[in-house]
Design a protein. Structure first.
Lengths: 208, 208
């Protein structure tokens, strides 16, 4: 991997700025108790980050509440269980997979950035509208980790443009400190035991 | 809570016995690489244990693979998003909620044990049959924590009676050491930040 990662000072500065924005955001929402649109982050090296987000997505579907999903991943697996099930609820579920744009193997950074931008533009529409009750930004953390999108812009949209009752769930390892700072709910999925060490491959229904 | 918890020596002994059974189980399965029915445990004090299990359950549904779900929980919430969505796939999903039998507030231990036993009997049927590809035993860890079911029996059924290609997912805090010992995949959901501290109640679509 030759792409430069953001350095620690940058991260600390962004986290500090985010903290101030978060305080203003909390003040705006003060008084709400029963319901609040949450910024939820699933991070860590263990499994279950995307699965736990999908559990909430499908709870929404079960309740008849519209959801939007953007997968920020490089993957040829379009035929996932989640994609097939979401497709059965066209009135409730919007799915955007930007996977095929990614070119990490070929190190075409400009093309990766363009794909990330297209995914984020779609994500922003879903975050801003009044229709979707939950928006899942799957593996956005990876995109931010490689600095393909500016963290300031993501934080600003989440704090300033997200309707107060909408939940946004962001997954992926190495969540940016500025994102953790503004999040309401952060869970670290910690690896205890993993079957791949025993030579078992990713399985249908479990990993996809 | 007045119920006695199993002591540490008991736990260590059970874990040691489970380790031996697990070795025999692994030997039986040796040679399988591409697919293997996994024993998966989601534990820890963070959120996402049940949600991540449901994500896999709904991936299975999306792929048209039958699943069984047993909720070992005390809850008046029958009208959850997951229950509503599973009910839309009667050919694929079997749901057993043993919640109403539980009486933790009234400390009626005998009645709790009877409810746990009824849930486990149903779970065992689902684990043994050849039809369901994944079985979720939600909050079974809580039941085991209070010694309402004998851990030896659960371990024996998982190792000796589960078809080789079936996945079993077990959730709940404080997973028993003997269960962790025989599991293929264990994730600890670690709390980093929680919105309830800010006075936000459990919300539709997120928690249920």
């Amino acid at each position: 991997m030759t792409d430069p990662l953001p350095d620690r000072d940058d991260n600390a500065r962004h986290a500090e700025k985010a903290k101030k924005r978060k305080a203003a955001h909390d003040k705006k929402l003060s008084g709400m108790t029963d319901s609040k649109g949450l910024i939820i982050v699933h991070t860590g090296t263990g499994k279950g980050k995307t699965s736990a987000a999908l559990g909430m997505v499908f709870r929404h579907i079960g309740h008849g509440m519209p959801v939007g999903v953007v997968h920020f991943t490089k993957s040829e697996k379009w035929n996932t269980g989640e994609a097939k099930l979401l497709a059965q609820f066209p009135e409730l579920a919007t799915l955007h997979i930007m996977g095929e744009g990614f070119t990490w193997e070929t190190q075409d950074r400009e093309r990766d950035i363009a794909a990330a931008r297209a995914g984020w533009d779609r994500a922003r529409e879903l975050i801003r509208d009044d229709r979707h009750r939950m928006v899942l930004l799957d593996e956005l953390n990876i995109v931010l980790r490689y600095d393909y999108l500016p963290i300031e812009e993501i934080v600003a949209v989440l704090l300033d443009e997200k309707p107060a009752d909408k939940h946004v769930v962001i997954t992926g390892r190495n969540a940016h400190p500025a994102l953790i700072e503004i999040a309401d709910l952060v869970t670290d999925m910690t690896l205890v035991k993993h079957p791949f060490r025993a030579g078992v491959k990713a399985q249908k229904g479990v990993e996809f």
